[in-house]
Write a protein that binds this ligand. Structure first.
Ligand SMILES: *[C@@H]1O[C@H](CO)[C@@H](O)[C@H](O)[C@H]1NC(C)=O
Ligand SMILES: *[C@@H]1O[C@H](CO)[C@@H](O)[C@H](O)[C@H]1NC(C)=O
Ligand SMILES: *[C@@H]1O[C@H](CO)[C@@H](O)[C@H](O)[C@H]1NC(C)=O
Ligand SMILES: *[C@@H]1O[C@H](CO)[C@@H](O)[C@H](O)[C@H]1NC(C)=O
Length: 568
């Protein structure tokens, strides 16, 4: 072991020699040719502007964690669903002392003291002025304006790190990742308020083919309706991002109207991070936040529901909130066992590969502990986002396509067909996973040369499953409103998982946890949807088909069949 005094004297020498020692061995770590469309370069960032930096350090044993997760999540494994403990995950994720020392020495030479941002210490954080960041990363930070929102951010197109640190440093943020404000995936603010009675009194009797309510979902998917035991160990979480507010009074109105069999006092638990506020004022209620809380609390029959609300304070851009939401859960002893996010953006235009992979590794850590991490797949069909221009170019994949997340596409109508807005396709960042290979390759073989060159046949395919996202009734500011999109699908699907977890835990069994290998191994547990297509980029998009397809994945929930497949 190297004596502490020796390390200190090395550090001292390094700082005396100044950053030129490091500069001589700097190598470009990441670069991009230009800022994404929609961002305008405004000029150099001022020297004294403070940056909240994060560095993702190499896990001490990432291969070990991947292997352990594979064993826990493969239905044929003898240790299926023996999820890891928090401590086990941390022992895999903790960087080696070599990594910690190398990074600490580098930062100390710039008089930077970092603190761990996760219990395992695989993320560290510190706040420094732009002037120091420019030297640390041999770069020049600039200000960019996201013209659509008018939000400015400090980013760079290229940065370097000393060559001997390359094996230790996986991602540095903020650097080359750009993104506008996070958007809820619900694009349809009022599908057509005029077409429907806007007041509760005038609400027509339910036609599930026209509008979806909790009762429609209970019938369609066979979802149980009775209250769970008050001692349930199941818990569900939904992500919310400022400035969306989830309104408790609207939830109460929703329960009275759509779940009169449940106590209307059921509420979500609010957890505020990064300076978030969840303003309780009907006029400021958010469509996305109300949808996400109403279609969890309104379906899970008393299972505790956490609204994880992420604010802006420690963020240097909306991309940080994603990292924070997962890292907050990682630090909890008992995180929700299913966590749904209905916010997103596009894969390549926004986040760098390194940051996306680092974020996915955080999801992997959570999944290893038996948490099902679910996402709305996106609402732009094969274009991923509704407003993306991509005619004549390859279909832009959605974010995130992380294989450890379960992506949920949308269906509509009863009987169900695939919803045209569903983002579905193939990642350019993550390869096809073994658990989906048979199902996905069968689809690719079926479509032959269609769209050859417009999608990446070797990429991780999505969505994995689907659920209703056609015209869904919510309450906002005391009134009925109609929303659509994969934003509806993710909380609905996640609620089904939470109910199955309740049953599994009551029976002394493990929760479903990382779902994907189990989903693809149990096609009979889902309603296969064979009609529908997801237009975008000037094409008709992919078509739904028998078996997996990039519109509806493996299909929508069939509660009874999922229950059997889960071993109940
Ligand atoms: C670090 O701090 C010392 C003492 O304040 C100073 O002499 C030195 O120049 C600083 N080094 C850097 C790289 O800023
Ligand atoms: C950013 O762009 C928007 C739209 O063009 C403009 O209104 C705004 O003033 C710009 N912000 C800055 C700081 O230049
Ligand atoms: C369901 O509604 C669609 C229009 O959204 C209509 O085309 C279809 O015929 C309806 N199906 C049934 C069974 O009523
Ligand atoms: C296609 O996916 C593979 C596997 O993830 C990846 O290595 C490759 O870079 C992707 N191709 C493009 C054009 O992005």
């Amino acid at each position: 072991m190297v004596p502490q005094s020796f390390i200190q004297s090395l550090t001292l020498v390094a700082s005396l020699l100044s950053s030129t020692v490091w500069a001589s061995t700097f190598v470009v770590h990441e670069k991009r040719d230009s800022a994404p469309n929609g961002f305008i370069h405004l000029g150099s960032a001022p020297d004294d502007k403070m940056l909240n930096m994060r560095i993702n350090l190499a896990m001490g044993n990432q291969a070990g964690l991947e292997a352990a997760l594979e064993q826990a999540s493969s239905p044929t494994s003898p240790t299926f669903r023996e999820w890891l403990t928090k401590e086990q995950v941390e022992s895999f994720a903790a960087p080696t002392s070599e990594t910690v020392e190398a990074v600490t020495e580098w930062l100390t030479s710039f008089n930077i003291t970092s603190t761990p941002a996760t219990p395992a210490g695989d993320w560290v954080k510190f706040t420094i002025p732009v002037k120091v960041a420019n030297q640390l990363l041999n770069t020049e930070y600039s200000i960019f304006n996201h013209t659509q929102s008018g939000q400015t951010s400090v980013r760079t197109l290229q940065y370097s790190i000393p060559s001997d640190l390359q094996p230790h440093v996986k991602a540095v943020h903020p650097t080359t990742s750009f993104n506008g404000p996070l958007r809820g995936r619900a694009p349809i603010t009022a599908v057509s308020a005029a077409r429907f009675a806007p007041s509760l009194e005038e609400r027509a009797t339910v036609d599930c083919n026209a509008t979806i309510t909790p009762a429609c979902l209970q019938t369609l998917y066979g979802i149980p309706t009775q209250m769970v035991s008050s001692s349930t160990k199941s818990k569900i979480g939904v992500a919310g991002y400022t400035p969306q507010n989830a309104d408790s009074e609207d939830l109460s109105t929703f329960l009275k109207e759509f779940r009169p069999d449940l106590p209307s006092t059921l509420n979500f638990i609010t957890e505020l991070y990064d300076g978030a506020t969840n303003v309780q004022d009907g006029t400021q209620a958010g469509l996305e936040a109300n949808l996400d809380t109403q279609y969890t609390v309104g379906l899970v029959n008393g299972i505790p529901t956490v609204y994880e609300d992420i604010g802006y304070t420690v963020q240097d851009g909306p991309d940080d909130g994603y990292l924070d939401s997962i890292n907050y859960l990682i630090s909890q002893t008992s995180p929700p066992l299913v966590f749904s996010t209905s916010y997103g953006f596009d894969e390549e235009s926004a986040l760098s590969l390194s940051l996306t992979v680092a974020y996915c590794n955080a999801i992997m850590q959570l999944a290893s502990r038996g948490v099902s991490v679910t996402f709305a797949s996106g609402d732009g069909g094969v274009a991923s986002s509704p407003d993306l221009q991509c005619e004549g170019t390859p279909f832009p994949p959605t974010f995130p396509t992380c294989p450890y997340a379960t992506l949920v596409g949308a269906t509509q109508n009863v009987p169900e067909i695939g919803a045209g807005l569903t983002a579905g396709g193939f990642s350019n960042y993550f390869p096809q996973q073994s658990w989906q290979a048979d199902a996905v390759n069968a689809y690719i073989a079926k479509i032959g040369n269609t769209y050859a060159g417009l999608y990446n046949a070797s990429g991780r395919a999505y969505p994995d499953v689907s659920a209703q996202g056609g015209t869904v009734e919510i309450i906002i500011n005391g009134h009925v409103d109609y929303v659509g999109g994969t934003s509806c699908s993710s909380p609905i699907f996640s609620s089904v998982i939470a109910l199955l977890n309740d049953e599994l835990l009551s029976a002394g069994k493990s929760p479903l946890g990382f779902l994907n290998p189990w989903i693809y191994a149990n096609p009979q547990a889902f309603n296969d949807i064979t009609i529908g297509n997801n237009p975008g980029c000037g094409t008709e998009g992919f078509s739904a088909n028998e078996g997996w397809d990039p519109v509806t994945g493996m299909g929508s929930p069939n509660y009874a069949a999922m229950r059997t497949a889960a071993g109940l």
